[in-house]
Design a protein around this ligand. Structure first.
Ligand code: PLP
Length: 286
């Protein structure tokens, strides 16, 4: 049984509870972060913490009481749950007011809810799926306009994964005004020759922590990086494609809307970037 963290306490998962009036539950009024764990250490922790702080500020949500102890809490959960490879999931909500109300509660009276738990994922780095690559389909992006904030409004991304599954694929790339925004839970890239193309950063996409690191490593490895939108047609004609996220690192994409890319196996740029990312992240893990 896992030990989880809820509002200042470490508890067995079956004893951890939040109120039915919690605004995370009633309104999806919450933000989250997922930090991966390799060799029992946290990957890109500072980036996730900085993005959490930004998400909270953008939504006028207070910092949870234990904000300054978050590194320590992550480490303690990894330790007590014996996580070698896996994730730490963190969620902050605007808390539980006395009753349901659209208006935000007074932050002095209602404190944010803070929940963290671990997920053990043996084989996260040496992933069979990464050796094979994933298939994606394209779907309309009908999410709200502040995708730069990592909120818990994940119904449409969940539906997107189900649409992919129904089509015999693994994930969906979302398209708005003719251009790919991102994957349901990852940033999307195409590669032609030595050039990597991925959408530029605006409110239209989440500013991936893995994206920032991977683009830095790509530039250091003398790869060309172009940050702009691209169409599904351009993607289908690319040499290769991949996605990035904290939980999948660099994941090759081998098929888009039924069209195989190259010979249908992970491309050299995606494979190399995955290697570099894993190597460098392990070195910098805390
Ligand atoms: N885009 C979306 C919509 C996501 O949900 C995620 C991760 O959950 C990402 C991109 C990748 O972000 P990160 O690399 O910080 O995990």
């Amino acid at each position: 049984m896992r030990t989880v963290f809820v509002n200042g306490e470490y508890l067995p998962e079956t004893e951890a509870t939040v109120s039915i009036f919690d605004r995370g539950f009633l309104m999806a009024d919450g933000v989250y972060e997922v930090t991966s764990v390799l060799d029992g250490k946290l990957i890109d922790f500072d980036g996730h913490l900085a993005r959490l702080e930004r998400s909270l500020a953008e939504l006028d949500m207070g910092k949870p009481d234990a904000f300054d102890d978050l590194l320590e809490i992550h480490r303690e959960l990894v330790r007590v749950n014996g996580i070698d490879e896996g994730l730490v999931y963190l969620q902050v909500t605007r808390g539980a007011a006395a009753d349901r109300d659209f208006a935000f509660p007074d932050p002095d009276e209602v404190r944010p809810t803070l929940v963290l738990f671990t997920q053990s994922k043996p084989g996260l780095a040496d992933s069979a799926q990464a050796k094979q690559g994933i298939k994606v389909i394209s779907i309309d992006d009908i999410r709200w306009g502040r995708r730069d904030i990592k909120t818990t409004q994940l119904l449409y991304p969940s539906m997107g994964k189900m649409m992919a599954k129904a089509a015999g694929a693994d994930d969906a790339w979302m398209v708005e005004d003719g251009k790919v925004t991102e994957g349901t839970s990852n940033n999307a890239y195409i590669v032609t020759g030595n050039r990597i193309v991925t959408r530029h950063l605006t409110n239209d996409i989440l500013h991936g922590i893995t994206r920032a690191a991977v683009l830095r490593f790509a530039r250091e490895a003398q790869m060309e990086v172009e940050e702009r939108g691209f169409t599904i047609e351009e993607a289908k004609a690319a040499d290769e494609a991949f996605v990035t996220s904290a939980s999948t690192f660099v994941m090759p994409v081998v098929e888009i809307d039924g069209q195989r890319l190259g010979d249908g196996t992970p491309g050299p740029v995606a494979r190399r970037l995955r290697e570099i990312y894993l190597e460098e992240s392990r070195k910098a893990a805390i």
